[in-house]
Design a protein around this ligand. Structure first.
Ligand code: PLI
Length: 460
């Protein structure tokens, strides 16, 4: 008997959704019509959809049953109280404001907390989060450790905050110009990289000294907890559930895109321990989202989320979730493809600068690579580089991020290991002919979050 111990998913498949296969000729037409932007492809033209893990998850039979328990009252739905109790029990926060998705919570939170001229330090930017901070009048300051910007660094906690960078900012601008520290678990743009509990505790100490709250972007907190369990001394015998609670309890406020960790298709929330913020947010949510006991959600969606949260903190779920990402990452490593190391939780990130070293960043290497992978195989991925980074609000200059990545993102409980094999082989085929790949340029650039709707054409 071999002594290798494989893991398998802690679920079986009850219903299947058919996939449509396309020819290369059809895909060439489709990507041209989509302006070489994978966000503008029609889903029916996609074979394996690894664009995002946001809202693309497969709900469980329990969650689907939960939908039937939807209490669609305008006010005081029983599903709201179930969700509120779940958030108190699993995430430690006292007060809950549901929103239609994560950015709804970011909008309300930024508008309440930020005054014009403030600074918001964070462990790397996220697109919607930074935009809401800027629209409220703040400047975002990156205080993540340098290793996070180095795709080859094997640092186990690339999501860590560099406390010296934070101290320097406090010394320069003063604590009263810093309304909060924005702390994400895990860090999406760095490649799904975790923050360690030790670093978070140090961050808590430093921020306490200056009375600066920590705002937790908890979109993938259970995935972060899994890495702490795997990698950090003293946590091997703790459950993901316990670690998640401990992380949240070290922070003051939270925004959540429930379309990720909590395994639902829509939803989000703002949570806090601060009664004053809660009252202000209740007042804001009725303007932009809906009454404070449903935000932008149906009762049934709140029920599915409450159940999804309980499933998301299961060790067995997380072993399979992160295990599948590691499996795909290892396949790509075996093919010699340059990726962000170590492999993160929600996707494998291709290093487009190393994949296409002959392309300048202005020729949009990651955008190009995502388009070429689609044409090769019908696998849809996403750019996370210069296009996503956008422009500086004041100077209108492009940001030139060090990381120029293509994200190969895994929805939860959706694809099988064979889909991962096909994906890895498709990317390897593109890698073999990488020298012949030419870049793209913009033909249309929207003002905000340009990566969603921009259009491109090939550089001749
Ligand atoms: O897409 P929303 O509005 O539910 O959530 C915004 C959001 C906030 N924080 C983080 C870390 C995210 O990853 C996030 C959304 N992420 C998307 C859509 C993604 O594809 O990664």
């Amino acid at each position: 008997m071999p002594n290798k111990k494989s893991w398998a998913e802690p679920w079986k498949i009850k219903m299947v959704e058919h996939l449509r296969m396309t020819t290369k000729e059809e895909r060439i037409v489709a990507i041209k019509e989509a302006g070489y932007n994978t966000f503008l492809l029609k889903s029916r033209d996609v074979y394996i959809d690894l664009l995002t893990d946001s809202g693309t998850n497969a709900m469980s039979d329990r969650q689907w049953a939960g939908l039937m328990l939807g209490d669609e009252a305008y006010a005081g739905s029983r599903n709201f109280y179930h969700l509120e109790k779940t958030i108190q029990d699993y995430y430690s926060y006292k007060y809950l404001i549901p929103t239609h998705q994560g950015r709804g919570a970011e909008h309300i939170f930024s508008q309440i907390m930020i005054k014009k001229g403030d600074y918001v330090p964070g462990n790397m930017y996220f697109t919607t989060t930074r935009l809401h901070q800027e629209l409220a009048g703040a400047k975002f300051v990156d205080i993540i450790i340098d290793e996070a910007h180095d795709t080859a660094s094997h640092h186990p906690f690339k999501g860590n905050v560099d406390l010296e960078k934070l101290q320097k900012l406090i010394d320069e601008v003063g604590a009263d110009r810093i309304p909060y520290v924005s702390m994400a678990t895990t860090v999406n743009m760095a490649g799904g990289q975790p923050i360690s509990m030790a670093n978070l505790k140090e961050l808590r100490e430093l921020t306490k000294k200056y009375n600066i709250p920590i705002a937790h972007d908890m979109t993938r907190v259970a995935e972060n907890a899994w890495f702490i369990k795997e990698r950090e001394d003293g946590y091997q015998n703790k459950s993901v559930k316990e670690i998640v609670y401990e992380i949240c309890a070290l922070t003051d406020h939270a925004t959540m895109s429930a379309k990720k960790d909590p395994i639902v298709n829509i939803g989000g929330f703002l949570a806090t321990n601060d009664e004053d913020l809660y009252c202000k947010a209740q007042n804001m949510v009725v303007i932009y989202e809906g009454l404070h006991t449903y935000g932008g959600m149906a009762g049934r969606d709140m029920e599915a989320m409450a159940i999804g949260i309980t499933e998301s903190v299961s060790d067995d779920h997380m072993r399979a979730r992160v295990g599948q990402t590691q499996y795909l990452g290892q396949k790509l490593i075996d093919f010699g493809i340059p990726i962000v190391m170590p492999v993160g939780s929600h996707g494998v990130f291709l290093d487009a600068k190393k994949f296409l070293p002959h392309l300048e960043q202005d020729a949009l290497p990651a955008q190009t690579l995502a388009a070429v992978i689609y044409i090769e195989s019908g696998v849809r991925t996403m750019e996370r580089g210069i296009v996503s980074a956008g422009r500086n609000k004041e100077t209108r200059e492009n940001y030139y991020p060090k990381l120029e990545l293509v994200r190969v993102t895994l929805p939860r409980r959706v694809y099988t290991q064979s889909h991962m094999d096909v994906t890895a082989e498709s990317i390897a085929t593109v890698y073999e002919r990488r020298d012949s790949i030419k870049g793209l340029r913009f033909t249309y650039e929207p003002e905000y979050l340009r990566f969603f709707q921009a259009r491109f054409e090939p550089i001749k």
